[in-house]
Design a protein around this ligand. Structure first.
Ligand code: PGA
Length: 247
């Protein structure tokens, strides 16, 4: 079970250090893998706070080039140098807010994996796509378009995050999550049989109240935004995951 916290553009270094130390002091069951994704200026502070613990560190995005004239971007090599072993790619706030296309994301997945990073590739349909019956088609297109040829299966997880569920308090139903996860797994297998066993997470308004219903759908973990800024809430989700993972 992967429990990933996407801290987005929140927290000062002092706040991030305190949150990371709080998480580091809490023990989770062996089957639960905690990951945190702070904003780039916080990476070093968080890295020091979680050193020697089971918590993994990741960046929220990266460029496809290893270095160069790309103002405002960070490279996969810089994330590795900052202590990251993971990176989020294709989050809807990047796809929709920054116009990142499937092709750009595929190039980033390739570069990140080549640099040794593990990738959580995010996909998700908008409310309009879902309401017009195009959710499955959209997810299939995003997976096919955002994965490079010969993506490394051991360095890949997918997060299905319906855009309408992110930060809205609305969560997909268990049946919808199961259906979309099945679709993601089949599509990954069609792209390359080696990818069929990659972890598939769910994201979108995950909280302690709905975590049990989400874990009951056989997801391999969750990507948590808002609640991940609260150590107690994040830890509660980890405890619920442990009950399912170890059952
Ligand atoms: P949320 O964010 O949990 O606040 O909905 C999830 C995400 O954007 O990854």
């Amino acid at each position: 079970m992967i429990i990933a916290g996407n801290w987005k553009m929140h927290l000062t270094r002092a706040e991030a250090g305190a949150l990371a130390r709080d998480l580091a002091a809490r023990k989770v069951a062996a089957g639960v893998r905690r990951l945190v994704f702070p904003a780039d200026p916080l990476l070093d502070t968080v890295r020091s706070a979680i050193e020697g613990t089971d918590i993994g560190l990741g960046g929220q995005n990266c460029h496809e080039a290893m270095e160069g004239a790309h103002t405002g971007d960070v490279s996969p090599a810089m994330l590795v140098d900052s202590g990251c072993s993971w990176v989020l790619l294709g989050h809807s706030e990047r796809r929709l807010g920054h116009g990142e296309s499937d092709a750009v994301i595929a190039a980033r997945v390739k570069a990140a994996q080549e640099a040794g990073l593990r990738v959580i590739l995010c996909v998700g349909e908008t409310a309009t796509e879902r309401n017009s019956g195009h959710a499955e088609k959209r997810i299939r297109e995003q997976l096919e378009g955002s994965l490079p040829e010969r993506a490394q299966a051991d360095r890949l997880a997918v997060a299905y995050e319906p855009v309408w569920a992110i930060g809205s308090g609305q969560t997909a139903t268990g049946d919808d999550i199961s259906a979309m996860h099945g679709l993601c797994r089949r599509t990954l297998g069609d792209i390359d049989p080696a990818l069929a066993a990659c972890p598939i997470l769910y994201g979108g308004s995950v909280k302690p109240d709905n975590a049990a219903a989400i874990f009951a759908t056989a997801v391999d973990g969750v990507l948590v935004g808002g609640v991940s800024l609260d150590a107690e809430g994040f830890h509660a989700i980890c405890r619920i995951a442990a009950d399912f993972g170890l059952a």
